[in-house]
Design a protein around this ligand. Sequence first.
Ligand code: OGA
Ligand code: MN
Length: 284
Amino acid sequence: MRFEVTSLSPGFGGEITGLDLSQPLTRDEFEEVKKIYFEKEVVVFRDQNLTPGAQADFSRGFGDLMIHVLTQFQIQGHEEVLELSNRRDADGKAIGFEDAGRYWHSDISYNAEPALGTMLYAVEIPPEGGDTLFADMSAAYEALPENIKRRIEGKRAYHSYTINYKANESDAATRPDLTAEQLAKLEDVLHPIVRTHEDTGRKALFVNPGFTYRIEGVSEAESDELLQMLFAHAAEERFIYRHKWRAHDLVCWDNRSTVHHATVYDGKYTRHMHRTTIQGPRPV
Ligand code: OGA
Ligand code: MN
């Protein structure tokens, strides 16, 4: 094998060097990358040169690509590539989603079949700020006290995009209103609080403050208490890897076993990214 893996943090995350993702990988290379990706939960490839088409081709190896509900931010000719950006067109209109994910979340967990993974490619990056935090939800689950594991065993929780859509907005308040058509596609869903990873067999916590609002079958007070405790636990420093972006990074995360959190940056800088999202199965 031509490539190498180094650890990004003691618990999880790996950087893969020696691969040019703009070229097709051999079958063996691809299978090895996939194994590392799911085991490490977050993998970083630096110094890549990816067109939207090449990024989509690489991403598609892992499954069908999802089309984000905010269709106004697709790249022309590549509906499966979403632009995250604070660039504006000549009329001052946002060309990309500027205010994505400044709270802990797992991508599209509000769908019945959420995203398996997400691949984010950095086109332009501010010199400071705009890091992305990742939390290891397998390790967070494993570290829970036994009595908490018992309390959440077999329980499910509701996820929603709309309930927190405006509350999730950052201070910049740049989120567009959802149209009736977009709202019609968004129905709340129930997922197990603990899910088992289809590829590694590892259990992981599958709740996040961005989209999870209520545990099924318990009082509202108990639901709030448990959720707040789980959110705080998963956000502990020991489970976190902070990614400091460089232009031309491709970062791939597994939404089944991690949550992530965007951080702010000074609006005088440009941050421009391309995102592909891989369809996942119904969590069990
Ligand atoms: C996302 C996301 C975080 C970031 O693309 O899903 O949450 O730092 N992005 O841009
Ligand atoms: Mn996200």
